[in-house]
Design a protein around this ligand. Sequence first.
Ligand code: 5AD
Ligand code: SF4
Length: 450
Amino acid sequence: MKRQKVYIETYGCQMNVADTEIVLRILTQSGYTHVTCIDEADIVLINTCAVRENAEQRVVGRIATFHRLKRVRPIVIGVLGCIAEHQREKMWEIDDGIDFIVGPDEYRKLPSLIEAAQRGERGIAVQLSRVETYEDIEPLRTEGISAWIAIMRGCDKFCSYCVVPYTRGRERSRSLNGIIKEVENLVARGFKEVTLLGQNVNAYRDGAYDFADLLREVAQVDRSLRVRFTTSHPFDMSEKLIDTIAEYPNICNFIHLPVQSGSNRILELMNRTYTVEHYRHLVHKIRERIPSVALSTDIIAGFPTESQEDHLMTLALLEEIQFDGAFMFRYSPREHTKAWSMFDDVPDHVKIERLNEIIELQRSITLRKNEALVGTVVEVLVEGPSKKSPTDYCGRTETNKMVVFPYTGQAIGDYCSIAIRSANAATLFGVDEKQVQPSSCIAQERSMVL
Ligand code: 5AD
Ligand code: SF4
């Protein structure tokens, strides 16, 4: 029998990317083939994000496109992930072109849902689990040098604006041994970098082991493997974790530490469980212990009741902390969350204005930080050809900065020393140090030519 072809589109965070790799393993194990061109597909899946309304609108738009395809030839359409969980009734009722809806903890049911759909039965599987971690399923990764590893699922933090605890359920961790085996396999296959993923990695637990223990064990698998992790919640970031990052050179000196707001009143309404003072103190400790650390953050503009004064406090905090980068969002009310029942009283145009001010300030800080690296030499893990220029290669520093340099034979997965010549807010530009001639040689060459 001809193998059926599955196409999948992924939206949202890295956790969704990691989930898509699990879905692909489940399906290929059941005899399906993965295709990257929608026109070849018998089964079209969309792995969705519900964190903000605009993410949801994009997905609804894509599903409409899939329907047009379905009028031309028979395909099965499945909606996966956070929207499937969050908006299941709405999706189900308004859209009878969707064959099945499946939440993040029910992916093992995909093969039977597809078979049922092909018999003309619509299906829905959105039970959340307290134990499912897909521990036994090795994600189907595209070959490369970098791998995402979900070490835990769910979130128990219940920040008042956030839908994740409702779409992904309660926190649960994979076993330390299982994760270490996965890392060993990846190293044996030639991967050079792993990123440990969780909504709040600091909540990782396997018996007596905490996240710092896991990080240490992963770093020890191979000292040349770059180890990253995301996301850390400022409330649970322990000294032990900071010490572990400082101790192992292959644990990247880069921490994503979302602060969300610079106002204590707003932080309390957000149920973030820390104050600006706590956050400031934490950053101070981190920088003291790891002087070369780069920090990034998340900011939400226009949370309910946010005043101009609160907004100015956020700007002041950004100015004070000097993050290397930030993801910045305008508040988007999400059904089921605690903030949903608060009055969304900051008008859209004010949210946009505040967000633009935040983006502008952070852009200038990032630019300043990047420009400070001009004239230095940075170590880069080579990722491959640059997207924008065919004659250049690119890679990242351990502090997660993108570096572009002329291709002169570097191999993907190699570490190179790149001398930085210029920078903008998104990218550093340089040349491979091996190609840089000392200035005295250049002078000699010139005088010969002259
Ligand atoms: N509105 C705007 N931003 C949000 N985030 C999460 N929920 C919302 C929301 N309802 C942002 C937070 C979080 C990041 C992943 O997304 O900043 O850290
Ligand atoms: Fe959402 Fe807060 Fe959990 Fe992050 S820590 S996923 S923002 S509830």
